[in-house]
Design a protein around this ligand. Structure first.
Ligand SMILES: NC(=O)c1ccc[n+]([C@@H]2O[C@H](COP(=O)([O-])OP(=O)(O)OC[C@H]3O[C@@H](n4cnc5c(N)ncnc54)[C@H](O)[C@@H]3O)[C@@H](O)[C@H]2O)c1
Length: 354
């Protein structure tokens, strides 16, 4: 049974990746390593927690001693590394926390793998191990020309403390490939949306506030453009790259689905007025323009041609369909939303594990 370590598996994207790997690969044993920060929530994984091929490990990637012991005690075939501080606004108020988790945490993980896999790394191109690092399109900076897209070859130009920390972690992963022969693969994905998204991010925040009839804060004039991808499509891309990606390579993942923030919020307002049986325009009247985020990148847009032509991956959902599924999930899971917004998100863990 191949043992796979997935970090950050209690978070938004990580929980979808863990579920997919546990369900698709009964011959793998999936270890979900997560520190359960404010963003980690084991309720996201209730449906797989009793699976025979799943183990939750509470631990912090900033703790190098703990990681070394974990790798010494368990012979991991591969790592899928998602654990991170992930919210740009939080990185603006506390950049160092992002350096510690995203940079030092990643290097700790690389070091633990390097020590545990040293005999395999002695052979360049070791095919019996894989370190998969999950990154973001934000490392490429921002776009102004509407005809331009981020390619795998686009130079890095991170502009927020979050994207700078992710860019730095990407550089370390590549450096370990070059210097120590670590078999790595990296993917850089656009904005995700879907179930289990913590309601500090745009889409779940708007859904939450529309439900509660609270103001809908839109940065600046709402003109920033993001490329949105349904989270299960991202999990499927990670599965594809983990199994068929070329070691040492980078793959961009995107939805080819660009939306201005304001247009996206207006679409959500329409969907939600309809679903909640409210008068058209009710949600829109809650829109409030707020001071723009410092250094707010104008546009991100991914060219995911490589992933399509080389590995055959494409997004499966149209945005409107994915958004409806997402809204339905939040409407059906108000207890989840109440729990994470009331600060009780660790309650489930404490009940389960003391
Ligand atoms: N959300 C997006 O749109 C998006 C897009 C592209 C790439 N990414 C990347 O995907 C990854 C996951 O993003 P997400 O949105 O699911 O994040 P998230 O904030 O929802 O989840 C992060 C998870 O990591 C865990 N974690 C944080 N610090 C930790 C530590 N020190 N040790 C162990 N676990 C720790 C948290 O408890 C949480 O479960 C990140 O690396 C992020 O940069 C996210």
């Amino acid at each position: 049974m191949k043992k796979i370590l997935i970090t950050g598996g209690a978070g938004f994207i990580g929980s979808h990746v863990v579920r997919r790997f546990v369900n698709q690969y009964p011959d793998y044993h999936i270890y979900n390593l997560d520190a359960l920060t404010y963003a980690g929530n084991l309720e996201n994984l209730r449906d797989v927690e009793d699976a025979a091929n799943y183990t939750f490990v509470k631990g912090d990637i900033t703790d190098a001693v703990f990681l070394d012991e974990l790798f010494a005690n368990t012979d991991f075939y591969g790592v899928v590394h998602l654990a991170a501080e992930s919210h740009v606004d939080r990185s603006i108020s506390d950049p160092l926390a992002f350096v510690v988790t995203n940079v030092i945490g990643t290097v700790n993980l690389l070091n633990a793998a390097r020590k545990a896999w040293k005999d395999d790394l002695a052979n360049r191109g070791a095919t019996n191990r894989l370190f998969y690092h999950v990154s973001t399109d934000e490392v490429y900076g921002e776009l102004h020309d509407p005809n331009e897209f981020f390619l795998e070859t686009t130079s890095y130009d991170p502009r927020s403390p979050y994207s700078a920390s992710k860019a730095s972690s990407d550089h370390f992963v590549r450096a370990y490939h070059n210097t120590y022969k670590m078999p790595v693969v990296i993917s850089n994905c656009s904005n995700n949306y879907g179930p289990n998204h913590f309601p500090e991010k745009l889409i779940p925040l708007m859904i939450h506030n529309i439900m509660q009839k609270k103001p809908l804060p839109v940065y600046g004039k709402g003109e920033n453009v993001r490329d949105w991808l349904y989270v299960e499509d991202h999990a499927r891309a990670i599965d594809t790259i983990f199994h068929r990606g070329k070691v040492g390579e980078t793959y961009n993942i995107g939805g080819h689905n660009e939306w201005k923030n304001l247009d996206l919020v207006l679409l959500l307002c329409k969907i939600m007025d309809d679903k909640l049986g409210r008068e058209p325009g009710t949600a829109e009247s809650l829109i409030t323009y707020v001071t723009d985020r410092a250094g707010h990148d104008l546009r991100y847009a991914i060219d995911a041609t490589r992933l399509k032509t080389e590995l055959g991956w494409e997004p499966s959902l149209q945005f409107e369909e994915g958004l409806e599924k997402t809204v339905d999930w939040y409407l059906e899971n108000q207890a989840w939303l109440d729990n994470v917004t009331s600060g009780n998100y660790k309650k489930y863990y404490e009940e389960m594990y003391g």
